[in-house]
Design a protein around this ligand. Structure first.
Ligand code: F6R
Length: 248
């Protein structure tokens, strides 16, 4: 997997934001829309900050942008401080001109028996818009992408999954204790992600160096879901110096 190493996450995030902005502008010139796959968590925050700056200071418009977030906890109310709806609105959507109906985040409020249909519709909606042009990813300490935990299959699609202990432990601080972290989530699948025409996975800091090295250089295995990206022909890992320390 091609890997670009930047001095720090600030410069790296600006480069990723520029790639996204260039794609949006190019499509605008062609009178076409663009479909983005977006991530939450700490990793993409600086990218979203830079996109907001480009909107406010350099006239970048999101009027032709559709987006699909990777995941949401289940159950989760959208107005909860923990929801990814709230995260995306606070970190990006409320500060740019994306039309309200254009962004999509898995619905954490559904009854169990509504989830399968919702997930099918989520996939269909992406397809109807022409597929994901660009998928932004972070990586979990266990190698997850989206909430595709170890064991996720290459052909997996949007679905309800059970979160790994590692993932719940990583979120325990934000939730004031492990017992408050939801046990489940709705996530797009490995195949949903792999169908994107362009994928950028970002990783910052020494804490992610080992898993990034496994994903890039280790065997392709369901035990490291990010390793499936070795099979994608247009993926780049964008990492900072600290995160590159375990690469050979
Ligand atoms: C979030 C997501 C997750 C995170 C990963 C890393 O939408 O899909 O895969 O990207 O858990 O989280 P951070 O960035 O907080 O280290």
């Amino acid at each position: 997997i091609p890997t670009k190493i930047f001095n720090n996450s600030q410069i790296a995030s600006a480069a990723v934001a520029k790639e996204i902005a260039d794609l949006i502008r190019q499509r605008q010139q062609e009178g076409r829309s663009v479909v983005l796959g977006l991530a939450t968590g700490s990793t993409p925050i600086k990218v979203y900050k830079e996109l907001i700056r480009l909107h406010k200071e350099e006239g970048l418009s999101f009027s032709n942008v559709y987006s699909f977030n990777l995941d949401e906890y289940y159950p989760m109310q959208p107005d909860s401080v923990h929801s990814y709806v709230r995260f995306m609105e606070e970190q990006l959507f409320n500060h740019v001109d994306i039309p309200k109906g254009n962004y999509n985040i898995p619905n954490g409020t559904l009854a169990q028996d509504q989830i399968a249909a919702f997930c099918g519709d989520y996939e269909q909606k992406i397809e109807d818009l022409g597929g994901l042009d660009f998928q932004l990813l972070g990586i979990g300490g266990n190698g997850h992408i989206g909430f595709n935990e170890p064991g996720s299959l290459e052909n997996s699609r949007t679905r309800l999954i059970t979160l790994d202990h590692v993932t719940r432990a990583a979120a325990a601080g934000e939730f004031q204790g492990l017992r408050n972290v939801p046990r489940k989530a709705i996530t797009t699948g490995i195949s949903t992600i792999m169908k994107a025409r362009r994928i950028v996975l970002m990783g910052w800091g020494e804490g992610k160096s080992q898993i990034v090295a496994s994903a890039v250089e280790g065997p392709i295995t369901d035990q490291v879901p990010a390793s499936y990206l070795q099979l994608h022909s247009n993926t780049t890992f964008v990492i900072d110096e600290a995160c590159s320390s375990e690469l050979t």
